[in-house]
Write a protein that binds this ligand. Sequence first.
Ligand code: SAM
Length: 242
Amino acid sequence: MITYPLLLETCVSAEFTDMPKLDDPIHLDMYQGYLRQNSFLRKLAARARRIASGFSFRSEVYGYEWGDPGSCPPLGYVRDHFVAPFVDASQTALEIGPGGGRWTQYLLGFKELYVVDYHSKLLAELKKNFGQPNIKFIKNSGSDFPGVMDRSIDYLFCFGTFVHLELDLIDSYLTNMRRILKPGGNAIIQYSDMTKVMARSNKGFSKNTPDQMRQLVAKNGFEILEEDLTTLWHSSIVRFTA
Ligand SMILES: C[S@@+](CC[C@H](N)C(=O)[O-])C[C@H]1O[C@@H](n2cnc3c(N)ncnc32)[C@H](O)[C@@H]1O
């Protein structure tokens, strides 16, 4: 039995008692928990409070329970360093595991944006907030990019998803990324870092480390451009190119 109490906005992730498998319902269950906590009446009251205090509707995006990049400094740094400088209206981007769009909102300035998720329900949630014509919604089978052309992606981003993926699935994703990433394009992935105590205490996080991640990235023929091992308490970030 998996338990994962949703945490308040503390810039940390949910807590699990078992490592989730690809078909595990954890993501759907977390989403259901969000829906329960955000019933129509609660949402209405929250919106009224947000409007009164000058915040936008988007403040209710599914995912803010793990931290809002707009108010959580480490996540704000990730946005300002790994997302904002790369947004380019002439380029194509792809996000893996967008959830409710906590990061998608910062990627809308790309000419074209693919959002790839294993769970249709989460893609439907995303669509509620983000219906822009430049977004292409893709349901995948766990590590593939159906309908994405070879060497067509300039920028690839993933946050909050690889932290839960087993190493063989990460390996499979990296192999498939090799097909779609343009030479010189940027891929930015946040992953579980078991050298950090907060990853070790979160049993839903995969047994990954910077060493293992480097090996997988190199094995799949990518060149590492940058690593951030310090900003986040339970995970690290790697940026690499094809
Ligand atoms: C914890 S949520 C994070 C959502 C969002 N990136 C954020 O940071 O708020 C994980 C997301 O990854 C999706 N997901 C889980 N396994 C996946 C996989 N193998 N491939 C693509 N998406 C996956 C879930 O459906 C969900 O949308």
